[in-house]
Design a protein around this ligand. Structure first.
Ligand code: GLA
Length: 438
């Protein structure tokens, strides 16, 4: 009795004060159907690609068997067009019986058995964007309970077919309803994207209290223009957006396109790098059954993932844009480390950029540098040493930087003083075999 009273009090305070589900202390990672598979419901003619049970079990198999799960890609997320056009006779949402013949609880078990988590999609309004049943205010509790009963792990709540006052009531209400089920369910809110993404219309303090992540801006499409437009919007508004992110609460610039049709390999690295700097959720929307090994290598890059998943949870910023087309981005990481990205907007040839860590604001000292995509290590880079990076058109050079381990004990005597006397030019390119010239 006492125990359950206590649980009730805790549940109540969590529900009234904040979304206190303990989830997503680092940005969530996984796979989301929408960008690649959209609302393809034509299972007769397109069985491989239609929104169906088989699509999600296929992706779960790939995540579990091809090394994704161990890297953190654990969510398998259903998007729009999964449900029947009608609720059941008790008013509950139900999956389309033809395309999900065993129902969602069965799919959840399949996914949990493989050490993965299942996400689902709903809409705070009369209909989803694709025209399926939405969650009206009177259905919030019922739908939250249905998702909990089905053992769902994450909900993306879209905002089509509603208005601002409806959303203002509905998004916090769903947060409370999810908490009240007692099942930890990650909560992704599309609310800010429907309100222009910026204050005063958007209250990020409130969002941080009720949602684990939120879509701030428009939908990503399979093109470089789309990636660039989204990245620009997020970094142009970084003074607003950067401070609100942190463990359990993330800005969401939308899915990763890597492995699809629209991005070159350099552009794919750029998306991975900028999403890591932004502490963005990493939801791939691609076909894991046929993905190229080059795209897979980018998505499975351990250093890029470690940067994205850094436990400090501080979102990075754009430091500056140079007239030459170079932009520099920085994200502070735990243990005094940091990530730097040099991005080039040039479209003609590799962009050679000379700078030093000191110029970029680093404190005096010797640093070790790991180049995330060439996987080369440069053990000793003094803050004042000038170096040149060569950045491919629409590509990046991304560095993981940390204070050299033996700097303190070796500063006076060691090889550093010999090697790093005075500024030297370190040259290297992001081609795999380019040497660092010391
Ligand atoms: C909106 C969302 C997308 C996707 C579609 C589904 O456009 O922003 O991410 O969920 O709806 O219809």
């Amino acid at each position: 009795m006492q125990g359950s009273a206590l649980t009730l009090v805790l549940a109540f305070s969590a529900a009234t004060l904040a979304l206190d589900n303990g989830l997503m202390r680092t940005p969530p990672m996984g796979w989301l159907a929408w960008e690649r598979f959209r609302c393809d419901i034509d299972c007769e003619n397109d069985p491989q690609n239609c929104i169906s049970e088989a699509l999600f079990t296929d992706m779960a198999d790939r995540l579990a068997e091809d090394g994704w799960r161990e890297l953190g890609y654990v969510y398998v997320n259903i998007d729009d067009c999964w449900s029947s056009k009608e609720r059941d006779n008790q008013g509950r949402l139900q999956a389309d019986p033809k395309r999900f013949p065993h129902g969602i609880p069965h799919l959840a078990r399949y996914i949990h058995d493989r050490g993965l988590k299942l996400g689902i999609y709903g809409d705070m309004g009369t209909h989803t964007c694709g025209g399926y049943p939405g969650t009206t205010l009177d259905k919030v509790q019922m739908d939250a309970q249905t998702f909990a009963d089905w053992e769902i792990d994450m909900l993306k709540l879209d905002g089509c077919y509603s208005n601002s006052s409806y959303q203002e009531q509905g998004y916090p209400m769903m947060s409370k309803a999810l908490n009240a089920t007692g099942r930890p369910i990650g909560y992704s809110c599309s609310w800010p994207a429907y309100q222009g993404g910026l204050p005063p219309k958007v209250n990020y303090t409130l969002l941080g209290q009720i949602c684990n992540l939120w879509r701030n801006y428009g939908d990503i499409q399979d093109s470089w223009d789309s990636v660039l437009g989204i990245a620009d919007w997020f970094f142009d508004n970084q003074d607003v957006l950067q401070p609100v992110a942190g463990p359990g609460q993330w800005n969401d610039p939308d899915m990763l396109l890597i492995g699809d049709f629209g991005l070159s390999l350099d552009q794919s690295r750029t998306q991975m790098a900028l999403w890591a700097i932004m502490a963005a959720p990493l939801f791939m929307s691609n076909d894991l059954r046929t993905i190229s090994s080059a795209a897979r290598a980018i998505l499975q890059n351990k250093a890029a993932i470690a940067i994205n998943q850094d436990p400090l949870g501080v979102q990075g910023r754009r430091l500056f844009k140079e007239k030459s087309g170079i932009e520099v981005y920085l994200r502070p990481l735990s243990k005094g480390a940091s990530a730097l990205v040099f991005f080039s907007r040039r479209t003609d040839m590799p962009n050679r950029y000379m700078t030093s860590l000191k110029t970029l604001g680093y404190t005096p000292g010797v640093y070790e540098v790991f180049d995330v995509f060439s996987e080369k290590r440069f053990p000793e880079l003094k803050d004042s040493t000038e170096f040149v990076v060569s950045v491919n058109p629409s590509g990046v050079v991304m560095w993981y930087i940390y204070p050299a381990a033996d700097w303190w004990k070796g500063a006076e005597t060691s090889r550093f003083s010999e090697k790093l006397k005075g500024p030297k030019i370190h040259r290297y390119a992001n081609e795999v075999d380019a040497p660092l010239v010391l």
